[in-house]
Design a protein around this ligand. Structure first.
Ligand code: S3P
Length: 442
């Protein structure tokens, strides 16, 4: 449990957030699948990404941590085995709390010559896996849910020949898309995934850099398409992971919320498929400026954010929905916190996916913010926040969900009295030094 008080002065200074979680996972996975070595700097050393490393170690991949003697930079070196040279694991692969590890690894395991089993913690064992089992089955994989509930543990029977498929995913999901693309590397023929809006495209960017033939298109009906032609050799690479915009989001909201604040958040990934929070906050009138923009590979920039008055439309409403949602899905809890402090209504819609994240984030945000005095209601596919009522400190259940623990820590900065967050150690899933970094600004 951690106790936090209302911020007593403006937040000022420079912040470095740790490496991007999605990109860190992929750097290990694609490095393992490639021939030769891959060197990763800026890697996120959090529980989720360490789960990915553990899983690949169980498949016989040598992965080393070192500190560069010349510049002191921590580096992860992945000694790639190539697509066809993994060893059969001698125990179940354990993914902890990580949906990305579970779903992306599944695409790889489906194509191996050996049997395997994968599972994670209590939260992982409740998350829907039908969304990957169905397309993998269509590709010819043999995957079953051990308890027959379409959740992990998943058991793969090895030695299946896979074929490429064209798959129309009803929701935009980078985990599903990436799972199919990874299986597609092993398949006969092209793999094509349609999604209603483009989900984060780190797989496409990084796999291309490793040598794969993969790209995005826009279909005539406006849906996003990802196409992989298999057969190109993957070669080792050097990867520098930018800071995670999902982690930066907590400081962006904190600066917008605490009067007089001004923060410069350095070296943050601002890939358009991830940066919806910047677009939406700019539309609300937030004073956010991008500095030192670097668009080589994954785009990155320093984000300068200053306390701002925000506004809704002429009806004192602000609606967040549609294609914007996948570009800010993980940031919606902290955006809800910000909305609670403003005197207009914020309507979040088209975000039913929030219910099946590490926790049910619609119910948990509504429960926590209601306890803090906010007028907020859950809807089928999001929530409506009637902002402007003063927040008060409360005891908050994090549901062991890292993004909720951090969102409510930011809410505490605007709340009168003490806010206690239960099981706050879950921040280690994506941002182990979060509370230390936050305290340094208070
Ligand atoms: C992720 C994709 C998103 C996101 C998750 C990380 C990824 O999930 O919420 O935190 O790295 O591919 P979905 O693909 O389920 O939308």
């Amino acid at each position: 449990m951690i106790a936090l008080e209302k911020a007593s002065r403006p937040l000022k200074g420079d912040v470095f957030v740790p490496g991007d979680k999605s990109i860190s996972h992929r750097s290990i996975m694609f490095g393992a699948l490639a021939q030769g070595t891959t060197e990763v700097t800026g890697f996120l050393e959090s529980a989720d990404c360490l789960s990915t490393i553990d899983c690949f170690k169980k498949l016989g991949v040598l992965i080393e941590h070192s500190i560069s003697p010349t510049n002191g930079v921590p580096t992860i070196t992945v000694h790639g085995r190539g697509l066809h040279n993994f060893s059969a694991p001698t125990s179940t692969l354990y993914t902890g709390n990580s949906g990305t590890t579970t779903r992306l690894m599944s695409g790889i395991l489906a194509a191996q010559p050996f049997d395997s089993m994968i599972t994670g913690d209590n939260s992982i064992e409740k998350r829907p896996m039908k969304r990957i089992m169905k397309p993998l089955g269509q590709m010819g994989a043999d995957v079953i849910s051990v308890y027959g509930n379409d959740c992990a543990p998943l058991r793969f029977t090895g030695g299946k020949s896979l074929r490429g498929i064209t798959y129309r995913n009803p929701v935009a999901s980078a985990q599903v898309k990436s799972c199919i693309m990874l299986a597609g590397l092993y398949a006969e023929g092209d793999s094509v995934v349609y999604e209603p809006a483009l989900s984060r495209n780190h797989t496409e960017i990084m796999l291309s850099a490793f040598g794969a033939d993969i790209h995005n298109e826009v279909a005539r009906d406006g849906s996003a398409v990802c196409i992989l032609h298999p057969g190109m050799p993957l070669h080792g690479n050097k990867i520098n992971v930018p800071g995670d915009i999902s982690s930066a989001a907590y400081f962006i909201v904190a600066a917008l919320m605490v009067p007089g604040s001004e923060l410069l958040i350095r070296n943050v990934g601002i890939n358009k498929t991830r940066a919806g929070i910047l677009t939406v906050l700019n539309q609300m009138g937030a004073d956010i400026t991008l500095l030192n923009l670097d668009e080589s590979g994954e785009p990155k920039a320093d984000i300068l954010v200053k306390y701002s008055e925000l506004h809704g439309n002429e009806n004192r409403q602000f609606v967040i929905g549609g294609k914007e949602i996948p570009t800010m899905i993980d940031e919606l809890p902290v955006v809800a916190v910000l909305a609670a402090t403003r005197d207009f209504d914020t309507i979040i819609k088209d975000a039913a996916e929030l219910k099946i994240k590490e926790s049910n984030r619609i119910d948990a945000v509504v429960q926590g913010l209601t306890k803090m005095g906010c007028d907020i209601e859950a809807t089928e596919d999001g929530m409506i926040i009637h902002g402007g009522k003063p927040l008060k400190g409360a005891d908050i259940d994090s549901h062991k969900d890292h993004r909720l623990a951090m969102s409510f820590a930011i809410a505490a900065l605007a709340a009168e009295g003490t806010t206690r967050i239960m099981e706050d150690e879950c921040v280690g899933i994506s941002y182990p030094s979060f509370f230390k970094d936050l305290q340094a600004l208070l």
